[in-house]
Write a protein that binds this ligand. Structure first.
Ligand code: GLN
Length: 471
């Protein structure tokens, strides 16, 4: 039964319920697949040693429960990004700084998944502290794209996306600060959801940019993404920015999709062709495509995003000083202790962001950079709110290109520019999903690409509806 890992969560859940398969069989099949493929892909930084025990516990629970009490995730093997805490397991944010750190508590999303009975296969590779877009910034090696091993899997949740695409788990959790769930979903041909800001608790997520970060699911199908999202969402006393998700408050669908035509200029022609084909599909289902919507502040989105990102990264990572947490190196003075620990513990991109963030927050430059960026953010948010009163969703390609070659974007600016479509939803807090929209050919490879849909705050339901139409 080696095809077990190819099942979607929904399919596997039915088979488990019908007792056609056991959680142990399912988990062991995923572990076997990982043993075969992970040495090349490097999707997992660690496959846990208690996967079988977790699955046995799930089987026992099912045997002792009424079918109606059983959560659809009971016994489902999931991959978890290496910045989400699971008590008793290592969690490193793919950084040398936290290489040996063991989590002392569960992230709220993990608590909820444990209550449901999910099985955790391992922790997945990522860009260090979720800073990047290709998983090339991991301190523990790049994750390779299962569709072409000479290419990146995307990032920063590249390990989670590759694990799902290569059937090393049935679904995964990632985190999205400026596209890190959607970008690797697009590059690896899976579904990725960035929920409304606050819909999923950030308690137990290692902070990158607290005002952008959201945990989100990566799955094979839209139905699976909805299932995982519903399992992890909700207001949480441990995160004061969390909100009760408003799933029940379904807005009146207008059957209209907005396309910000002027933003599509830099998109690779083959990607654009797939995007147009997806829009046609929506039209054939009775949706009207409105190409008149515009976001005047979108031209400032990337700059605003990166300024706020650097600023919050510099403050969030200041706690890693070699004294309170993380890697500790001794120098001649306390100052040298800090300098040595931070120079050795953080990678190049992380250090770059800490320095730039410290700069944009410094007394003389605060108004010129951080102040302006927050102003641009406010305007963009207002423009999104207005546009989403006219349309159900805003559609763009998720990424302007398919997965790039490992090493191709070593210039950080060129990597930042690839985030043109994803950062807006983090600036504005809107939910956004990436759904596969076919493939393009490049350099002899067939590479998946994704379409991104963004909806009004709290309206994940619209994304699931549209996502199903496109699937
Ligand atoms: N590529 C973006 C960045 O480098 C997004 C990262 C993320 O979402 N964690 O900040």
């Amino acid at each position: 039964m080696s095809d077990l890992p190819t099942l979607s969560i929904t399919e596997a859940s039915k088979k488990l319920a019908a007792k056609e398969i056991s959680a142990v069989e399912l988990a062991e099949a995923c572990v076997a697949e990982s043993q075969k493929k992970n040495p090349t892909l490097n999707a997992y930084l660690e496959v846990f040693d208690d996967v079988r025990a977790q699955a046995e516990a799930a089987d026992l629970r099912r045997a002792g429960a009424e079918a109606a009490e059983v959560h659809p995730l009971l016994g489902i093997p999931l991959a978890i990004k290496d910045n989400i805490l699971i008590a008793g397991k290592k969690v490193s944010a793919a950084s040398k700084m936290l290489e040996h750190y063991v989590a002392t508590y569960d992230a709220t999303a993990i608590t909820k998944l444990k209550t449901a009975g999910a099985v955790f296969v391992g922790r997945t590779n990522m860009d260090e502290f979720a800073l990047g877009g290709s998983t090339e910034n991991s301190a523990f090696g790049v994750t390779k794209n299962p569709h072409d091993e000479s290419r990146v899997a995307g990032g920063t949740s590249g390990g989670s996306a590759a694990a799902v695409a290569a059937n090393l788990a049935l679904g995964a959790l990632g985190s999205d600060t400026g596209g890190s769930v959607r970008n690797p979903a697009s590059f690896c041909g899976v579904v990725g959801l960035k929920p409304t800001y606050g819909a999923v608790s950030r308690s137990g997520l290692i902070a990158a940019v607290s005002s952008f970060d959201q945990i989100g699911p990566l799955t094979k199908t839209v139905a699976d993404a909805e299932l995982l999202f519903n399992a992890i969402k909700g207001k949480d006393v441990l995160d004061s920015t969390s909100i009760e998700s408003t799933k029940s408050e379904i807005r009146n669908p207008k059957r209209k999709i907005g396309v910000p035509q002027s933003l599509l200029e830099g998109v690779q022609p083959e990607v654009l062709a797939q995007f147009e084909a997806s829009l046609k599909k929506l039209e054939s289902q009775g949706y009207v495509i409105d190409r008149s919507i515009e976001f005047p502040s979108a031209k400032a989105a990337l700059a605003a995003y990166y300024i706020i990102n650097f600023a919050e990264v510099s403050t969030n990572l200041s706690r890693f000083d070699g004294v309170r947490y993380g890697l500790s190196r001794k120098g001649e003075s306390l100052w040298e202790d800090y300098a040595k620990s931070r120079a050795e513990g953080f990678g190049l991109e992380t250090r770059r962001r800490i320095m730039l963030g410290t700069y944009v927050l410094s007394a003389g430059y605060y108004d010129a950079y951080y102040g302006k960026a927050t102003e641009a953010r406010k305007r963009l948010r207002a423009e999104f709110v207005e546009a989403l009163q006219k349309v159900d969703s805003i559609a763009t390609p998720t990424m302007p290109t398919p997965a790039w070659k490992i090493g191709e974007k070593s210039d950080p600016l060129s990597a930042y520019l690839a985030d043109i479509f994803t950062v807006s939803a983090n600036l504005t807090g809107n939910p956004a999903i990436s759904v596969p929209m076919g493939t393009v050919s490049e350099g002899g490879s067939t590479l998946p690409v994704g379409i991104q849909l963004t909806a009004a705050h709290g309206d994940e339901a619209a994304l699931f509806t549209l996502g199903r139409v496109l699937e």
